[in-house]
Write a protein that binds this ligand. Structure first.
Ligand SMILES: *Cc1c(COP(=O)(O)O)cnc(C)c1O
Length: 354
C-alpha cells in the first residue's frame, strides 16, 4: 500500500504541545507575548465573505510590504506557509546530488536532514568547533569534494550562537557562486546581524525568515524568503507545481498588518533580549554553562546533569524545556526565553532542584 519512498522516511519530531496540564512552555521557541493588537482589531471587523474566494497566489500585497520593510524589490520576496514549507521548496529547487553533497552543521535545525531524505539529496554534517561555533572553513572545504549547496541557521539552532556579517560575506566570497547558500534567519531579529543587505551582490544567497518567532505568530504559519529574482522565480515554479495557494487569504492580511506594527515589534524584541540577558547571567551565577545566544533561547548545561534529567525533573514541576538525545549535546537543554517573570520562576526551580 505504501510507496517505497515513504517507507524510507523518518519524519521530523516537533516539540511537544501537551494538553494534559498547563505548562510553562519554554520548549518550542514561541514568543511569550500576544501578537500585535492590530490583529485583534482586524479579526473583529473581518468579513468572512472574503473567504469564499481563493487568495492571491502571488501574495503581491504582502510581498510589497515585506519588500518595503527591507528596502528591496517585490521580486526579491517569496512567501510560504511557514518557513518550513519554504525550506522544503528550497531543498527541492536548488540542491541536486548530481553536483555533490549538501553541507550543513552537525548540530543544527533537525529538519534539514529530513528534507534531504525526502528529496534524496546526499548531505554532510560538518562538526562544530569545540566552542560550538560553526566551522566555516570545513564547510567550504567539504573534505575536498564539491558540494551542491550549503544551509545553516543564523543564529544557529539549538546553540543560539550567531555569525557576524563579516564572516558571512567572507564565506560567500570563498564559495562557488553557482551553488546556493541558504541562511535560515528564523531568530535573527533577536540580536544577530542579518545578511539581507547582501542579496543584491550574491545571486546565490537565499535568506529564509518566519513570522513564528519574532512576530509571535507561530500559529498563523507564515514565512518569507529574500533572494535574487532568479532564486525567487525558482521558488514560484516549485510552489506552483505543488499547490498554488499555500498562503491563505486571512494569513496574508494578518501578515501585512503584523509587519507594519514596528512599535510592537521593537518593544517585544527588547523585552525578550532583556529577559535572555537576565536569565543567562543569573544561570551562570548558579554554575551553569550558557552558550552566548543571539536568539530567543539559550543552550545550557551543568556538570553532572544530562539533558533528559533536567527535562524530566522540570516537567514534573510544570515547566517544559527541550533536550536532544544526540551524542555531543546530550548534556544540554534548550530553554526558550519567555517573559522575565517566567525566567525568574525557572531560575528558582533550577536553584532548588539542581
Ligand atoms: C522555527 C524554525 C523554523 C520554522 O519556522 P516556521 O515558519 O514556523 O515553519 C525554521 N528554521 C529554524 C531554524 C527554526 O527554528
Amino acid at each position: 500500500m505504501l510507496s517505497r519512498r515513504l517507507e524510507a522516511l523518518t519524519p521530523y519530531v516537533p516539540g511537544e504541545q501537551p494538553r494534559d496540564r498547563k505548562y510553562l512552555k519554554l520548549n518550542t521557541n514561541e514568543n511569550p507575548w500576544p501578537p500585535s493588537p492590530r490583529i485583534e482589531a482586524l479579526l473583529r471587523e473581518y468579513d468572512p465573505d472574503q473567504l469564499r474566494l481563493y487568495p492571491d497566489p502571488w501574495s503581491l500585497s504582502l510581498r510589497q510590504k515585506i519588500a518595503r520593510k527591507y528596502s528591496v524589490d517585490v521580486d526579491n520576496i517569496f512567501v510560504g506557509n511557514g518557513s518550513d514549507e519554504i525550506l522544503s521548496f528550497v531543498w527541492y529547487a536548488f540542491f541536486d546530488g548530481l553536483y555533490g553533497k549538501l553541507i550543513f552543521p552537525q548540530f543544527t535545525y533537525s529538519f534539514y536532514p529530513v528534507y534531504c531524505d525526502f528529496y534524496e539529496i546526499p548531505y554532510r554534517r560538518i562538526p562544530l568547533r569545540p566552542d560550538f561555533t560553526l566551522d566555516l572553513d570545513a564547510m567550504i572545504e567539504n573534505e575536498g569534494e564539491p558540494s551542491c549547496g550549503m544551509a545553516f541557521p543564523n543564529p544557529n539552532a539549538p546553540t543560539g550562537i550567531a555569525l557576524t556579517l563579516k564572516q558571512i560575506e567572507d564565506l560567500l566570497n570563498r564559495y562557488p557562486t553557482d551553488r546556493v547558500v541558504v541562511i535560515d534567519e528564523a531568530y535573527i531579529d533577536f540580536g544577530g546581524e542579518s545578511a539581507v543587505g547582501l542579496i543584491d551582490r550574491y545571486a546565490n544567497l537565499l535568506i529564509a525568515r518566519t513570522f513564528s518567532k519574532s512576530f509571535s505568530l507561530a500559529g498563523l504559519r507564515l514565512g518569507y524568503a529574500l533572494g535574487s529574482p532568479e532564486l525567487i522565480r525558482a521558488l514560484f515554479v516549485t510552489k506552483d507545481s505543488f499547490n498554488s495557494y499555500t498562503v491563505g487569504r486571512l494569513t496574508q492580511t494578518i501578515g501585512e498588518i503584523a509587519i507594519e506594527d514596528e512599535a510592537w515589534f521593537a518593544e517585544k524584541i527588547a523585552r525578550i533580549i532583556e529577559a535572555r540577558n537576565f536569565f543567562s547571567e543569573e544561570l551562570k551565577g548558579q554554575g551553569w554553562q550558557v552558550l552566548p545566544s543571539k536568539a530567543n533561547f539559550v543552550f545550557v548545561r551543568k556538570p553532572g546533569l544530562t539533558g533528559q534529567t533536567i527535562y524530566e525533573t522540570l516537567k514534573e514541576r510544570g515547566i517544559l524545556v527541550r533536550y536532544f538525545n544526540v551524542e555531543g549535546i546530550r548534556d544540554f537543554v534548550r530553554v526558550t526565553i519567555g517573559k522575565r517573570e517566567d525566567m525568574a520562576r525557572l531560575l528558582e526551580e533550577l536553584k532548588r532542584l539542581f
